[in-house]
Design a protein around this ligand. Structure first.
Ligand code: GDP
Ligand code: MG
Length: 377
């Protein structure tokens, strides 16, 4: 059946069923909780909640993305170029981890005296482009889950998607899935044809397969760069990095460093001795030690910031990932964060957020007949 039920839509929008029904009522449409909403109606509701529906045809919950504006109008006057944020995706065993490892080892270890201490979920490397050093950030969470989890929460952190395809194995289901994710998020794709050092590597076959599913290689007059590499030996990885930078440059990525920080939670955990740890990717503005941060139901004054080499830093500008200490609870990866003026204001917002998710959970349970509507009060 096409469409979504009222509770499905409510859960996705993190509101309760009544709010959906009320929203529609205000638009002159009378609905009950048991009704299935058609595409047009879903889009009408989504508009009110600033959520974009990516598909046309039968709408699925996964196709709905909260529009998050990273840049405000006031930022437009003080924009500066920021480094691109890159995600590596691809079929299992095609070499995602090896590629990340090679890039990190050669780029980070070479430039940082102490080498890498611990992964924080993202790291910055420097790449030479036309004789000038430029930065690039890699998200250290390969695989689609991270990508989809973020997108489902409305976070758009990736500027360039690298799809790794093993030259001896070709396009696989997860390769196609990865491509579909990148496309759904309108993120430009760079293909790394990996394992070219291996016996049985067939670069042309991979290109053929990819063109068969709509990714036309640049070499054949299309618009998708496909770089043959060996992640194991590091062969041609420089050329891959350069290509990523070129694709990024084309997007004219900008942010305003002279404002309070906004961004996305990349990773989070509860450490037995250190307490709540969260890696925040600053996407706009500058995060400072002592800032009051709100991310969903979690909030707190940032007591310390660690960069991707484990070094304490005082500030983090656009396209910088830092591990922060001082949050009240573990925030969800993919949640947006922002800096507020006071701890009191942050606490208030966090409580509202917690209450909203509680209602959304109840709405979902009510839809399944697990609780009655009386539990809402
Ligand atoms: P992932 O599952 O995509 O993260 O793949 P891994 O990076 O774990 O690689 C899977 C296997 O392929 C490992 O045994 C790697 O050593 C091997 N591998 C990865 N890249 C290359 C490469 O460029 N050449 C060769 N010969 N082997 C590779
Ligand atoms: Mg891996």
């Amino acid at each position: 059946e096409q469409g979504l039920s009222v509770p499905e839509l409510a859960q996705k929008l993190a509101v309760n069923d009544a709010e959906i029904i009320k929203t529609l009522f205000m638009k002159g449409i009378v609905t009950t909780v048991n009704q299935t909403l058609d595409e047009e109606t879903i889009k009408l509701v989504c508009q009110e909640f600033n959520v974009e529906v990516l598909t046309s045809g039968s709408v699925k919950v996964e196709d709905m993305v909260k529009k998050t504006e990273i840049l405000d109008e006031e930022d437009l006057e003080s924009l500066e170029t920021r480094p691109p944020v890159v995600t590596i995706m691809g079929h299992v065993d095609h070499g995602k981890t090896s590629l990340l490892d090679f890039i990190r080892k050669s780029k980070v270890a070479a430039s940082e005296a102490g080498g890498i201490t611990q992964g924080i979920g993202a790291y910055k490397v420097s790449v030479m482009v036309d004789g000038a050093k430029q930065s690039c950030v890699f998200l250290d969470t390969p695989g689609h889950e991270a990508f989809t989890a973020m997108r489902a929460r409305g976070a758009q952190v990736t500027d360039v998607a690298v799809i790794v395809v093993a030259a001896d194995d070709g396009v696989k289901p997860q390769t196609q899935e990865a491509i579909a994710h990148a496309r759904a998020a309108s993120v430009p794709i760079v293909v790394a044809i990996n394992k070219i050092d291996k016996e049985g590597a067939e670069r042309e076959r991979v290109m053929q397969e990819l063109s068969g599913i709509g990714l036309m290689p640049e070499d054949w007059g299309g618009d998708v760069p496909m770089i043959p590499v060996s992640a194991l030996k590091g062969e041609n990885v420089d050329s891959l990095l350069e290509t990523i930078m070129l694709v990024a440059e084309f997007q004219e990525l900008k942010a305003n460093p002279n404002r309070s920080a906004k961004g996305t939670v990349i990773e989070s955990c509860l450490d037995k001795t250190k307490g709540v740890l969260a890696t925040l990717l600053v996407q706009n503005g500058t995060l400072r030690k002592g800032d009051v941060v709100l991310c969903g139901e979690a909030y707190g004054k940032i007591r310390a910031l660690l960069d991707d080499t484990g070094t304490r830093v005082e500030t983090a500008g656009p396209s910088t990932a830092v591990q922060v200490f001082g949050l009240s609870s573990v925030p969800i990866a993919g949640e947006m964060f922002e800096v507020l003026d006071s701890l009191e204001a942050a606490r208030e917002q966090a409580e509202i957020c917690a209450e909203t998710s509680r209602l959304a959970r109840l709405a979902a349970q009510a839809a399944e007949g697990k609780v009655t509507l009386a539990s809402f009060t």
